[in-house]
Design a protein around this ligand. Structure first.
Ligand SMILES: [Zn+2]
Ligand SMILES: [Zn+2]
Length: 262
């Protein structure tokens, strides 16, 4: 399978995944127009999607969802509580395009298995996805306050990760956000810091080539170089040397990562 992180961060998230037969999008968190531009910049079209999988109803994950659904008649997948929470936010989505994807379920599309799992985040029933094909595994995990043992079990030994590395704790603490927002981000239902992400990575990676895409970076409380450096340093304290098995990649709020094979 192949994937591209089309956009990642608090201003909008979307991840494209395809194999030879099927194509999916996880979240459509930018405007419809912007989503179309992102697709065309990787040489793909929204019209060819088999579905959009929704993680949770925060606007940075669903901003373009209703528009794309109506314009391209794409099937939309979400769990029941997320559907209820989304309903007032995305406009009307025709019944024949509404599909339920339960928490901790697997849906198969030919040889591509998509597995859902719950995360700890302040949304109705947030969940992320693991894609399996031919023994290869791609795990997506952002928007979680911490990475539980249960989540670690599900995402372990993936070949590629789109992993949240949201903030640098001292930048967040010293920054301009009101205390209530800082407390929310740092809480168990907020976002994972660079260091916490790296500790969780060190516990799930197998000794094989692993690509990690550092994702959902805060615009105000993180920087690509800093995220990379703290993840690299924390991994090193766990005995993992970046460049051996492990490779770190940046994602961007507006520029898609190249479509790569997992
Ligand atoms: Zn969120
Ligand atoms: Zn988010």
């Amino acid at each position: 399978m192949r994937f591209s992180v089309l956009a990642s961060g608090s201003s909008g998230n979307a991840i494209y995944i395809e194999n030879d037969e099927h194509a999916f999008l996880v979240d459509a968190g930018l405007s419809g127009r912007k989503m179309e531009q992102l697709f065309s910049s990787i040489g793909k079209s929204v019209a060819n999607l088999d579905g959009i999988l929704v993680t949770h109803e925060h606007s940075d994950h669903i901003k373009g969802l209703g528009i794309l659904a109506r314009k391209y008649k794409v099937p939309i997948y979400a769990n029941e509580k997320t559907w209820i929470a989304m309903d007032g936010l995305v406009g009307a989505i025709p019944t024949e395009q509404r599909f339920q994807f339960d928490m901790e379920a697997v849906k198969s599309f030919g040889g591509l298995d998509i597995e859902s799992f719950g995360v700890s985040h302040d949304a109705a029933d947030p969940m992320f996805y693991v894609f399996h094909e031919n023994g290869r595994k791609l795990s997506l995990i952002t928007d979680t306050g911490y990475v539980s043992d249960r989540m670690k079990g599900i995402i372990q030994a993936s070949d590629a990760y789109v992993f949240e590395s949201n903030h640098d704790i001292s930048m967040l603490q010293m920054g301009r956000y009101p205390w209530s927002v800082k407390r929310r981000i740092l809480s168990d239902v907020g976002h994972v810091s660079n260091e916490d992400a790296a500790v969780a990575m060190s516990e799930v990676m197998a000794e094989k080539p692993t690509s990690i895409y550092l994702s959902h970076l805060s615009k105000d409380n993180n920087m690509k170089e800093l995220a990379r450096m703290s993840v690299e340093q924390t991994l090193q304290t766990k005995g993992i040397i970046v460049g051996e098995y492990t490779h770190l990649f940046d994602t961007d709020a507006e520029i898609p990562t190249p479509l790569v094979t997992v």
